[in-house]
Design a binder for this molecule. Structure first.
Ligand code: NAG
Ligand code: NAG
Ligand code: NAG
Ligand code: NAG
Ligand code: NAG
Ligand code: NAG
Ligand code: NAG
Ligand code: NAG
Ligand code: NAG
Ligand code: NAG
Length: 324
């Protein structure tokens, strides 16, 4: 009796294996099914993205990712626990596994303070779903790859590296970008007018680089900007009148940027500002800007701007002002 039943059971098992192969072809890295194979909850990262991660690791000089473990499963080499002794260190890759059939895609890569000494990885363009890329505080060199044009990045942080060269015009294709943080590098050259296509951008920080040239007119298109910092650069020309387009601006910092005065009177329309810092303007002198409508203003710094004339009465209505 037992021998007779054994045959169909074996066939059934083979059939299940066959179905499994149909459902999960071209296996990339997958979690091992639970013992007994009761539930196959694969968090499947496509082969293309695993290969891209290998290339990205090479390009960055990141040697400790464990490719025997599924990048999406929280292995410590892919996602290191918080260590209060190393507040500036962060090692964290996350996946979004809410795609149909349990398919995963890399959603964010954060590699902060890891002494990486490679280059920015052109192969990031092969992670089509990545939204956050944070490489702050490393020793990366080279330029921003043109290949990134095909990404849908939203948050890009490369603060404090040794990156150089101009911002490639292809970055203007990444219209999903919300934050572009390039602070404290060796970037140079003029800003490409294509940055004007980044209509979703909220936060641009270019402080402490060597950008040159005038601010392109197209930046007037960036009407969702809430923070702009362009201090410590070598820009040329006047602070443009079109800053009045940046109606959502909350923080504006133009210190020792290279730009010249005068402070345009159109600045008065930025009535959502909470922090305004302008310093070290060459060129023509300014009158004190009319700031009476900036009712949320908390910090105001206007240093070495060759301001003459009177301080207007309307400063008295700014009840939130705590630093002048
Ligand atoms: C890499 O991951 C595999 C699979 O989880 C594990 O067996 C191995 O010990 C890991 N290697 C290191 C160096 O952590
Ligand atoms: C790394 O940053 C992410 C996103 O900000 C955060 O969720 C995570 O806890 C951080 N990890 C460490 C080790 O600090
Ligand atoms: C994950 O991807 C799904 C499918 O595209 C999407 O609906 C969801 O918002 C994403 N989740 C996160 C946290 O981004
Ligand atoms: C980076 O290098 C410094 C100096 O050698 C060292 O103290 C630190 O632990 C290194 N950080 C990491 C994450 O390797
Ligand atoms: C960037 O966008 C322009 C049009 O806006 C398009 O012609 C070009 O092919 C795009 N480049 C890349 C590399 O995607
Ligand atoms: C800026 O917007 C204007 C119209 O609002 C448009 O014609 C122009 O192409 C845009 N420029 C850029 C670089 O996005
Ligand atoms: C802008 O970026 C800076 C630097 O990363 C951050 O501190 C700030 O919270 C960001 N602001 C917004 C509105 O995203
Ligand atoms: C910045 O760029 C200008 C023009 O290319 C150059 O003359 C200057 O030496 C650079 N400054 C620094 C600090 O690199
Ligand atoms: C402040 O706003 C009012 C009402 O919109 C406007 O009439 C006035 O000209 C503004 N003042 C300044 C200094 O911009
Ligand atoms: C300050 O501005 C006045 C005009 O308002 C100009 O005559 C003078 O040269 C400027 N001074 C400096 C040091 O730039």
């Amino acid at each position: 009796m037992a021998a007779v039943l054994a045959i169909p059971n074996t066939l059934l098992a083979l059939f299940i294996i066959f179905l499994t192969l149909i459902y999960f072809p071209a296996t990339g890295v997958e979690a091992q099914p639970e013992a007994g194979g009761a539930e196959i909850q694969a968090r499947h990262l496509p082969n293309g993205e695993v290969d891209a991660l290998r290339q990205i690791a090479k390009q960055l000089g990141k040697n400790d990712w464990n490719f025997s473990a599924n990048p999406c499963d929280g292995d410590p080499s892919w996602r290191t626990a918080i260590d209060p002794e190393r507040p500036l260190f962060n090692n964290s890759l996350t996946c979004n596994c809410s795609f149909p059939n349990g398919e995963c895609h890399v959603d964010s890569i954060i590699l902060k303070g890891q002494n990486l000494s490679g280059v920015l990885p052109p192969d990031l363009g092969k992670l089509p779903y990545i939204k956050t890329f944070d490489l702050s505080r490393n020793y990366l060199s080279g330029t921003i790859p043109r290949e990134w044009a095909s990404t849908q990045l939203e948050y890009l942080y490369v603060t404090a590296n040794r990156l150089s060269g101009p911002i490639p015009k292809e970055l203007g294709n990444v219209t999903t970008l919300k934050r572009l943080i390039l602070e404290a590098n060796w970037f140079s050259g003029a800003l490409p007018s294509e940055l004007g296509y980044l209509i979703n951008i909220e936060n641009i920080t270019l402080n402490s680089n060597n950008f040159t040239g005038e601010l392109p007119m197209s930046l007037a298109n960036l009407t969702k900007l809430t923070e702009l910092r362009i201090s410590s650069n070598s820009f040329m020309g006047k602070i443009p009148d079109f800053i009045e387009n940046w109606r959502q601006l909350d923080k504006l910092e133009i210190q020792a940027s290279g730009l010249e005065g005068p402070i345009p009177t159109s600045i008065s329309s930025l009535d959502k500002l909470s922090e305004l810092r302008i310093s070290d303007l060459n060129g023509a002198g300014s009158v004190f800007p009319l700031i009476g409508n900036m009712t949320g203003l908390k910090k105001l710094m206007l240093r070495n701007c060759n301001i003459s004339g009177q301080i207007p009465q309307d400063i008295a209505v700014l009840t939130n002002l705590n630093t002048l």
